[in-house]
Write a protein of this length. Structure first.
Length: 238
């Protein structure tokens, strides 16, 4: 049996965007699912704001917002109806839910499609709505799994502008992506995963000193060529 995540340990602080990076099969999505409580870890524990995910799952879900390109929309509902539906699941009063919808619609530029049925949305519109859905309850921790896949240049800019807003508001953001150029622009720290293990961790300056490479793409290429991704992780100061 393959071990998807092996002895992984890291922290994400309030007001920080942490990039969980690695090739396909590195364990990124599995890690996010464990944080969500979908997959229980075989050992160890996960804490969010000091609360263990395995003992208080409902409290954890209220604190988390998950945004993934694998998420769907309800085709028979309008955008506003779907957002109200998810707001109701989180227990938001109707008036507060509408305020949140208006705020998200303005930031994500989806005001013009609030009355549109989700079945008629373009790929980019659909992804913006998924973004709004995951943030409707104003979570303190936001998990982003390839959040810009399918978005055009404008949509990607809006998504990253909102990530910046989340940081400014003191949210803890965990970003999993293959887009290393995007991660380099937005993340404060990085964790480089390979075969389920944390190989290197630190901010961009740390990784530059370690690898002698200026950019994340070059770092991954150099690490793979040298075989260093199969060695033990090296401690680095955040």
């Amino acid at each position: 049996m393959k071990t998807a995540v092996d002895d992984l340990s890291f922290q994400v602080h309030a007001g920080e965007v942490y990039g969980l990076l690695g090739p396909n099969g590195a364990g990124k999505t599995t890690t996010l699912r464990m944080v969500m409580g979908i997959f229980p870890p075989d050992c160890g524990e996960i804490r969010i704001a000091g609360v263990r995910t395995d003992t208080h799952p409902m409290r954890i879900l209220a604190m988390l917002g998950m945004i993934s390109t694998n998420d769907g929309v309800y085709p028979w509902l309008t955008v506003r109806e779907m957002l109200h539906y998810f707001a109701d699941l989180y227990g938001l009063p109707t008036d507060l839910a509408e305020d949140r919808i208006q705020e998200l619609a303005m930031v994500l530029e989806i005001r013009d499609i609030l009355r549109q049925r989700c079945s008629t949305l373009s790929t980019g519109q659909r992804q913006r709505v998924i973004f709004a859905r995951g943030l409707i309850h104003d979570p303190s921790v936001v998990l982003l799994d390839e959040p810009t896949r399918g978005l055009d240049i404008v949509g990607s800019r809006i998504a990253f502008d909102y990530v910046q807003l989340l940081r400014d508001r003191g949210k803890a953001v965990l970003l999993s992506t293959h887009r290393l150029d995007e991660a380099e622009r937005i993340c404060d720290r990085f964790g480089l995963l390979h075969r389920g293990r944390m190989r290197h961790e630190g901010n961009l300056a740390d990784l530059q000193r370690l690898t002698g490479q200026p950019h994340l793409v070059d770092m991954f290429t150099a690490l793979l060529e040298k075989g260093e991704l199969d060695t033990q992780p090296e401690e680095m100061s955040p």
